[in-house]
Design a protein around this ligand. Structure first.
Ligand SMILES: Cc1cc2nc3c(=O)[nH]c(=O)nc-3n(C[C@H](O)[C@H](O)[C@H](O)COP(=O)(O)OP(=O)(O)OC[C@H]3O[C@@H](n4cnc5c(N)ncnc54)[C@H](O)[C@@H]3O)c2cc1C
Length: 488
């Protein structure tokens, strides 16, 4: 097999299609790459929160924050605040990891373990992590140059505008763009032979990338790649989306607020706030979901633009099938609670580039499948461990459709064992690190009932942690000041 295909046709000009075009053009500059997208179909137009992986993407492509953030109305993100997922523990923060956490997470783990074993010691995660403190104070994660530690952070951004930035970048790398609709996919001997376009032309290529969104025109459509649904343990299958004016003081966090049959996101951009309600259609009608989101936003009778979307939750059996790589929504989708979809796109394309050279299709497909399942388990844990009342929530808490990996992690937590050791033994740390898992358990107050805890002094130096984090905070400017510095 050649080290790279001579020609690639990418079907789809959503964020996934353009991300793939940029990464493939960088890795294989002599490959002819064409992106075909239908402006009439358009893009899904959501997907506006990222993990730190998006920073890695822009760094890899050599696109500076000053060049893309203002153009995409972007803000910084230090993590996600979860509100109302437990009746008796109002909120907690899931921070992106950074080097300072190495100085505080052992204290957090020691505290959670002591509390799991019955000692009444403080173990709420927010006190232990720098990114949680930055979020609480509305500070950006961009430290002064003398601050020596790496801080992990992501972004909020306008999906259409990021697509345009990636498209423009790809075009400067020689990628060809066709605004046409694909009307047919010809399959010969199990391989894609060509795409037929409206108006009569055809496109041939050595490799086809299916980035056609939930339609999955090539992978699930023409090639019939089976789809493995996650509906048994992730009930949310619809979303209603409703933007509101921008917040005056821009937060550095996504907010995920539990509602009656799912949760609402709040994503702050410099131009508007993105809001949506991800919910289960088995528990709530579209009209009731819209009314509930309007009430949540204080917009009950307001004239605002509203979009209703379906979500197909699960993954294709094989992301690389015949001469087709499926990415983005065409490949699979896990509901956006931790904003992982674009992270998976990037990981998929980068591992595909590595696997293509050595023909490692089976290992690649197994790795991608594992990634989906590793991320899915963390999302399932949010629902399984919720402590909120209401039918939807109690049904989730009682759902025993759990993977063996998730059962093993939960069992370690509930039996007072070392959660990190289980994650390491099962090689799961690449999806969510022990810090993230323990933050989730502790954030929901998953400890013995308070009445059964025995009085105890803290097992760690909490005042020392406060001093350390307070000192660090002095090195970080306000969010607004950091964004202003990114303006042209
Ligand atoms: C409610 C919701 C919230 C989300 N939140 C997040 C988040 O916070 N963070 C995150 O990382 N991800 C999130 N996602 C996922 C994210 O939106 C997608 O991963 C991302 O937008 C990429 O989508 P895509 O490019 O795969 O598909 P799309 O944006 O749907 O693009 C599909 C492309 O294929 C083209 N196409 C389809 N059929 C044809 C045809 N026959 N001919 C020509 N062109 C065709 C379309 O025109 C379009 O260009 C969310 C998703 C949903 C549903």
């Amino acid at each position: 097999m050649s080290a790279h295909p001579a020609t690639i046709a990418i079907l789809g000009g959503g964020t996934a299609g353009w991300m793939a075009a940029c990464l493939l053009a960088k890795a294989w500059p002599r490959t002819g790459i064409t992106v075909i997208e239908s402006p009439e179909i358009g893009i899904v137009g959501v997907g506006e929160g990222s993990t730190p992986q998006l920073k890695a993407l822009f760094d890899t492509l050599g696109i500076a924050e000053a060049d893309w953030m203002p153009a995409a109305d972007a803000t910084y993100k230090t993590g996600i605040a979860f509100h109302g997922w437990a009746d008796d523990t109002p909120s907690y923060f899931h921070p992106f990891a950074g080097q300072i956490d190495l100085h505080t997470q052992d204290a957090f783990f020691a505290s959670t373990r002591a509390r799991r074993l019955g000692a009444d010691v403080p173990a709420h995660p927010d006190r232990f992590f720098l990114n949680a403190r930055l979020a609480a104070e509305g500070k950006s994660p961009i430290a002064t140059p003398s601050f020596p530690f790496h801080i992990g952070y992501g972004y909020h951004f306008d999906a259409h505008k990021v697509g345009t930035i990636l498209r423009d970048h790809a075009l400067t790398r020689g990628v060809v763009h066709l605004a046409r609709r694909v009307t047919d996919v010809a399959v010969v001997d199990g391989n894609v032979a060509h795409l037929s376009l409206d108006g009569g032309d055809t496109i041939t290529a050595d490799l086809f990338v299916d980035a056609s969104g939930f339609r999955s025109v090539i992978a699930q459509g023409a090639l019939g790649v089976p789809f493995r649904s996650f509906a048994g343990n992730l009930f949310a299958d619809r979303a209603v989306v409703m933007p509101t004016p921008r917040a005056e003081r821009l937060p550095v966090q996504t907010q995920a607020t539990a509602l009656s049959a799912g949760w609402a996101w709040d994503i702050p951009l410099t131009s508007r706030t993105g809001n949506g309600y991800v919910y289960s259609s088995r528990h709530l009608s579209a009209d009731a979901a819209e009314a509930e989101l309007r009430t949540h936003l204080g917009l009950l009778d307001a004239d605002v633009s509203v979009r209703h979307l379906g979500m197909k939750v699960g993954r294709v059996e094989a992301s690389w099938s015949a001469n087709c790589l499926a990415i983005g929504l065409a490949q699979g989708f896990i509901e956006p609670l931790e904003a992982t979809a674009l992270h998976i796109v990037q990981a998929t394309v980068e591992s595909f580039i590595a696997a293509f050279a050595c023909g490692g299709r089976e290992a690649f497909n197994a790795d991608v499948a594992r990634r989906y399942e590793g991320i899915r388990d963390y999302i399932v844990a949010h629902y399984r461990l919720n402590r909120r009342s209401g039918d939807f929530w109690r049904e989730n808490a009682a759902n025993d459709d759990l993977s063996d990996d998730l059962k093993a992690i939960m069992s370690a937590w509930f039996t007072g064992r070392d959660v990190a050791a289980v994650i390491a033994a099962r090689d799961l740390g690449g999806y969510y690190a022990p810090m993230s898992w323990e933050v989730l358990f502790a954030g929901y107050g998953t400890f013995p009932d308070r009445a059964r805890l025995r009085p105890a002094a803290p097992v760690v130096d909490l005042a020392g942690i406060d001093r350390l984090l307070d000192g660090c905070l002095l090195n970080f400017p306000d969010h607004a000041a950091a964004l202003a510095r990114r303006m042209p």
